[in-house]
Design a protein around this ligand. Sequence first.
Ligand SMILES: [Zn+2]
Length: 517
Amino acid sequence: MHWSEKIANRLIESHPEQQTFVCASGISPSGHIHIGNFREIVTTYFVSRALEKAGKKVRFIFSWDDFDRFRKVPVHVDPSFGQYIGRPYTQVPCPYGCHTSYAEHFEQEFEEALQAFGIRPEFIYQSKEYQSRRYAPGILHALRSRGEIYDILMSFKTGEASEADRAAFYPVSVYCGDCGKDSTTVHSFDEDKELLTYSCECGHHSNLSVAEADNIKLQWKIDWPMRWNLEQVLFEPGGRDHSSETGSYNVASVISERIFGNAPPTYEPYEFIRIKGSFAKMSSSSGNNYTPDDLLKVYAPENILFLFAKYQPGAAFHIGMDEDVLRNYTEFERYRRAYGSQTLTDDIRAAVELSLIDPMDDNTPGFGPVAGLLPLIHFDQNLLLEIMTRNGEEVNVQGLQQTAERAEYWIKHWMPQKLVTVNPRRDDALYETLEAHEQGWLDAFCRQLRAGGMGDEPLMTEIYAICYDEDKKRMKNNQKRLFTLIYQLVLGQETGPRIPVLIQAVGVETLLALLEF
Ligand SMILES: [Zn+2]
């Protein structure tokens, strides 16, 4: 059984009367949302799909934690943004001048990428929620329970608790009414009047009516369980950093039960993922900051979803941008073709099902053949279509175009060693080293080329016949040797596209010029 179905079954068993299952995930828009964070949302997405498959109603929410403080200027943003540290993400300008705020820029970028994957959660924007005062009752409740919250937090820490610290503890941060930053200190909370007094490093100080204020935020470990309670969340995954013994999930769970009287959601910790490829290694400081968009330039969305579906959330894995791209495509293409048959394991079948955005089987040619052919035809997509349909095959033109664009991007940005070109002149030196019978094969091959006028299959039969030997094993080796020689003499490497494709891509005249001695 697929891991998403196991989680769904566990949820259904522990909530047999439940009408709607709320599944949550959330991210801070602290910069480009990289592919590691994608696991947060994709895990929830798969569990939601498994619940729906089991006939349950699901509310799949995604929380943009954009009322969090801007804590660090990422490398890709102008260092002058240091002046905004301490403000909420929605109160920091867009670093590229194209959106109303820093938060909006990175939120939209990620939301658009999600559309390519067919993932459509209900987005909740925390700045809007906080500023609408919807959380005011939760904030007031936490302020009234601040002593107990302090005790819970301290029970997870090694430091000594003290009465003075306990009395001075407030589970909130206040964004200054003047400078907008959270460099503030809360001095008192009047429970009757529900008034909070604070001062800021900038010199500002003020009283706030908690029920009316739009600049108070609960601290993370209290904010999280307050929202679990409000939205009645039943499932949420979390990164390894939140999942340790004293990590925020365990702390928030105790606060959820003891302060908000609400059972915490079923939690699924997920491991980080890495990008593998020579370019990723080269820029190690930002090497793992690839976004889903970066990956979509090389992989189809189905391929990426399949990788996330294939691995348990607790398993670390890497997404290769090197030779692995070919392997990953080939594997998924094979499973997809076999989807309707009985040859797939239940796990793989479920993973394929979760990955298909358009389950209709299209006629897009495989990535490997397209990537092998494109450099030879100078990335000419019209010629590609011509070659791919030369035997009257039906091809999904749009799919082919997308595959060609991804293959081109991959070769040019990640695998320049795949930029195969046709040799500019005949390789006499290599020819001289060949055995007489090998020279004879090439001669026979050129005669076939000159004769022309054959379909792919009859041509291949004729070519195989060139290397005929009574011993089947020897004949196979002969054929392999002949193909290797052709590729070496034409492309300067030992592999290449199928011979009929090579003929069409390179042209008979050019081939003869390189193979006739
Ligand atoms: Zn201030």
